[in-house]
Design a protein around this ligand. Structure first.
Ligand code: UDP
Length: 492
């Protein structure tokens, strides 16, 4: 069998968010489509998600084994089954989660040292799974790190580590340039930087220092992107880090975007039927990723703009159950949760089939938090974006989308959303944050996003051009296809 002569990849995604499990599973399916056997090791809850994705990637999914190792949540003081950050009861439980993750690492290492039916040839490790370093060294195999960020963001982070422009400013709002990809300017304030640049005295800062050391020890970096997208960022990142950098995406292209209606939960099926009833490119899709929640007052400003704009809106809201009663009441009164064909604003509180939504002909624009997964899925769909970054590296991604690629308009957010895991909760004192973006500002951004004039058409044209390049990258002979082959061949 061809697969048996190829190196065996062990993929260990960061367990904290679904948004890492999804692309690493898809990466596994892509490696398998090149004939390499793959084992994905994750927690039981994430393993169930990974297995469903693998099953949908047939026939190559057959080469992918998903292995569940139990996550010691209760040992660390967390509720049973709390295997991801979105399942925490409060932000204060984050340190417990990291403690449980270290113990999980010990169990994974024990499994891979002794029980795995096939020895790994290479480990691809998600960020935060720093314990894979010792394991890879013990087993004498190379390890690559997968951050879940794009190459431009990683390049900016390298620049920030080396040149530290954020240390020369006098306030958290003062803008400075991060000229990592000349001639493009990338102006950011220090409050918009990823957590890597938090004060190093804090517990989180120390953990991030450990992650930096882990990154520096890696034999290479695997990026969910494609060479043609980020204007040479992968080559510059390779020079800056001295490491092999392989862009192997967009990994969501490992399977067809369309879903069989029978394989969809009811709310997803309703959502696709609602889209079927709308005109071509008329719908605004609004979603802020797998965990992003905004404070209730901010959500109301956004919602008021969405229900009063001229376009139909498909709005995904996370954490709706824990919102204050007046917000829940407003949502019930002003939005449709049933999928009535003629309704103006469809609310989805469950898991939206995002890749299928973005590929639907009725969708004409995407308001996004600029998470890298969502960004790349929009690129694959040729979809213009309105950018509303929340935190992490999302303000850097916004600069790429708006300034470098010219496929987005900025909503104009200047401050990160605090406590994204709990910001929408009723009675959460952390959530009493001020409103930064008013209803009129949101409506202005929506107007630019859906603009049918010259500027809007230019953004659409650029987005369509990138869509074609994305598809080409993974075809036989394309840049990502070749990088996947090179990765496999380097281990033979
Ligand atoms: N996603 C989805 N349905 C949802 C919410 C999120 O399919 O209701 C997927 C989305 O397609 C993407 C991932 O979750 O693959 C979100 O990743 P991203 O990097 O954009 O954001 P994060 O969740 O890490 O903030």
């Amino acid at each position: 069998m061809e697969g048996s002569t190829k190196p065996h990849f062990v993929l260990v995604p960061w367990t904290g968010t679904i948004s890492h499990v999804i692309p690493m599973t898809d990466l596994g399916c892509l490696l398998a489509s090149h004939g390499a056997p793959v084992t994905i090791v994750t927690t039981p809850l994430n393993a169930a998600i990974a297995q469903r994705r693998v099953d949908r990637a047939a026939p190559h999914g057959a080469e992918v084994t998903v292995t569940a190792i139990s996550f010691p949540a209760t040992d660390a003081g967390l509720p049973e089954g709390c295997e991801r950050l979105d399942l925490l009861r409060s932000q204060a439980e984050v340190p417990c989660f990291f403690k449980a993750n270290m113990r999980f690492g010990e169990a994974v290492a024990q499994y891979l040292r002794s029980e795995t039916p096939r020895r790994p040839s290479c480990i691809i490790s998600g960020m935060c799974q720093t314990w894979t370093l010792g394991l890879a060294r013990d087993l004498g195999v190379p390890f690559y790190v997968y951050h879940g960020f794009g190459a431009f963001a990683l390049l900016c982070i390298e620049y920030l580590y080396k040149h530290r422009p954020h240390e020369a400013v006098t306030s958290a709002d003062e803008l400075f340039d991060v000229p990592a990809l000349p001639p493009f300017q990338c102006r950011l304030s220090s409050r918009q930087l990823p957590p890597h640049f938090m004060p190093s005295t804090s517990v989180a800062g120390r953990a991030l220092q450990g992650m930096r050391e882990f990154d520096m020890a890696a034999d290479g970096i695997v990026v969910n992107s494609f060479e043609e997208l980020e204007h040479g960022s992968t080559a510059l990142l390779s020079t800056a880090t001295g490491k092999t950098v392989l862009a192997v995406g967009p990994v969501s292209l490992c399977r067809s975007p369309s879903l069989h209606p029978q394989s969809m939960p009811d709310d997803a099926r309703r959502c696709m039927a609602w889209l079927d009833a709308k005109e071509s490119k008329s719908v605004v899709y609004v979603s802020f990723g797998s965990i992003g929640r905004m404070p209730p007052a901010q959500l109301m400003q956004l919602g008021t703009a969405l229900v009063s704009c001229p376009w139909p809106v498909l709005w995904v809201v996370k954490g709706a159950d824990s919102m204050p009663d007046d917000v829940k009441k407003w949502l019930r009164k002003n939005t449709d949760a049933e999928g009535i064909a003629s309704s103006k604003c469809l609310l989805m509180c469950g898991w939206a089939p995002q890749v299928a939504i973005l590929a639907h002909p009725a969708v004409g624009g995407f308001m996004t938090h600029c998470g890298w997964g969502s960004t790349l899925e929009a690129i694959v769909a040729g979809m213009p974006m309105a950018t509303w970054p929340f935190f992490a590296e999302q303000f850097i991604n916004e600069r790429l989308i708006v300034d470098v690629l010219g496929v987005g308009v900025s909503v104009g957010v200047t401050k990160p959303t605090q406590n994204v895991l709990t910001a929408s909760n009723a009675g959460d004192s952390e959530s009493e944050a001020e409103v930064e973006v008013g209803m009129e500002q949101v409506k202005k951004a929506l107007g630019m996003l859906m603009d049918q004039g010259a500027e809007g058409m230019e953004r659409r044209k650029k987005a369509q051009g990138l869509k074609l390049k994305a598809a080409g990258a993974l075809k036989n002979g394309g840049s990502s296809y070749i990088n996947l082959e090179n990765l496999i061949q380097s281990l033979v």
